[in-house]
Design a protein around this ligand. Structure first.
Ligand code: SF4
Ligand code: SF4
Length: 61
């Protein structure tokens, strides 16, 4: 079981849907308008990964 998740910057299309659903507010916009996850705040719930339209979010193993 992963503790945190990560966003593949190559696949992210910058829709920001993940930011809206993260209960820990662990996702912020990164350079280029894409999103990134703050590992210090992510609690590994997986909600962001379940709603990402391009499956750019996965467990950070
Ligand atoms: S939901 Fe997916 S495509 Fe949209 S900003 Fe987040 S990681 Fe990127
Ligand atoms: S796994 Fe949960 S806590 Fe971590 S960034 Fe995604 S929605 Fe936020």
């Amino acid at each position: 079981m992963a503790n945190t998740y990560k966003i593949d910057q190559m696949n992210c299309i910058g829709c920001h849907s993940c930011m809206a659903v993260c209960p820990a507010m662990a996702i912020a916009e990164s350079l280029g308008g894409k999103c990134k996850i703050d590992k210090d705040n992510c609690m590994g719930c997986g909600t962001c990964a379940s709603i990402c339209p391009v499956s750019a979010i996965e467990p950070d193993l």
